[in-house]
Design a protein around this ligand. Structure first.
Ligand SMILES: *Cc1c(COP(=O)(O)O)cnc(C)c1O
Length: 359
């Protein structure tokens, strides 16, 4: 068995560190940017009725026209806005990279950012070039210009807001990158769009190499795997060829369509989370030795001396957040906490306070 593994599994895959999802049973789960609120019972029951009547013996609709209409409406765009749907935006990242992968192709991103850009590129044997952010997590335009000129990336990923730093980069700087990267494509990943007024959606018509990617995950439907990609239809037609025909299940399509027709509750939850984000940021800033970074997303990045020990201490208190202190030199002593319910945030702050040594 082991011989066969060594003989046939690519050595770079064998060397790859897996994407680890930690065990979180029974813990206060503030590690993965999930919406902490379940759907109200009445909504759950109505949705269950809709789902129970579905023809599960049939393949899902490959074009998902109804769902795309709802997504366009959600974005304030015209109903027939061209889109490609993915099983989460992770799958869209995979399709994009597969569509450009060839010997010598380069994918570019900033560091630190969403790890899937790099991981999926490496699995596809595409070279990933990471350009470090500045100390204050803003774009290093000089370094980016140089890297783009040198590597001519086929794809450049920009998360807006960025994960794990939480900030939106300067829009003028991103626009410069879009222009400089041409004919390479630039994907603006707006996974956290519910929590920020900033977006590149109005700039879509101005750039023929700009793609916009969104997901329902951070809105409160991480379990419904649905992401979507907008941009020039000629480009989307090509990327759609890479998509497996039935990638979004009947259950996901209908649940998403129905929930977008009943989205007032999700919108209310998002508004509460935006308020809770401010309360949590204030609570963190008040603690001695804690630096909290501004966030446009549903999480906060903060720096505290001895972050790894504090992360372990929080886990012993039954609270799971994300330890990023080893993830990148710019993130030394940094932890990331997802905004939870006010009670969860309080529990987290109390535990954190008890773990920080008195000054
Ligand atoms: C969470 C996240 C995603 C992944 O979203 P899915 O739709 O759940 O696959 C994509 N991009 C960024 C920047 C994220 O933080």
């Amino acid at each position: 068995m082991l011989d066969s593994l060594r003989a046939v599994i690519r050595s770079d895959i064998q060397a790859l560190a897996p994407y680890v999802v930690p065990v979180s049973d029974g813990m206060v789960k503030l590690d993965a940017m999930e919406n902490p609120y379940p759907l109200p019972t009445a909504l759950q029951q109505s949705l269950a009725q809709v789902l129970s009547a579905l023809p599960l013996h049939r393949y899902p609709s490959p074009q998902a026209v109804e769902l795309k209409r709802r997504l366009a409406r959600l974005m304030g765009l015209v109903e027939d806005t061209p889109m490609v749907l993915g099983n989460g935006s992770d799958e869209l990242i995979q399709m994009l990279i597969q569509a450009v992968a060839a010997p010598g192709t380069v994918v570019l991103g900033v560091l630190p950012s969403f790890v899937m850009f790099r991981m999926i590129a490496e699995v596809a044997r595409v070279k990933f070039v990471g350009v470090p952010l500045k100390e204050d997590f803003s774009l290093d335009l000089v370094a980016l210009r140089t890297a783009i000129a040198q590597h001519r990336p086929a794809l450049t990923f920009v998360a807006y807001p960025n994960n794990p730093t939480g900030n939106c980069f300067d829009a003028t700087a991103i626009t410069e990158i879009i222009e400089q990267a041409r004919p390479g494509l630039v994907v603006v990943d707006e996974a956290y769009y519910p929590f920020t007024p900033h977006s590149f959606k109005d700039r879509l018509p101005s750039h023929d190499n700009l793609l916009l990617m969104r997901t329902l995950s951070k809105l409160g439907l991480a379990g419904v795997r649905l992401g979507w990609l907008c941009g020039p239809s000629a480009l989307l037609e090509q990327i759609d060829k890479v998509r497996l025909p039935y990638n979004v299940s009947v259950l996901d399509q209908v649940a998403a369509t129905w929930l977008l027709d009943h989205s007032e509750e999700l919108e209310r939850q998002v508004a509460v989370l935006v308020l809770e984000r401010a309360v949590l940021a204030e609570g963190l800033a008040r603690l001695p030795g804690v630096t909290v970074f501004p966030s446009q997303a549903n999480f906060l990045l903060f720096r505290v001396r001895g972050a790894s020990g504090i992360f372990d201490g929080l886990r012993r208190h039954g609270i799971l957040i994300k330890n990023l202190s080893e993830a990148h030199p710019l993130l030394q002593d940094c932890l990331r906490v997802t905004v939870g319910t006010s009670q969860e945030n309080r529990q987290f702050l109390d535990a954190l306070e008890s773990l920080i040594p008195a000054p």
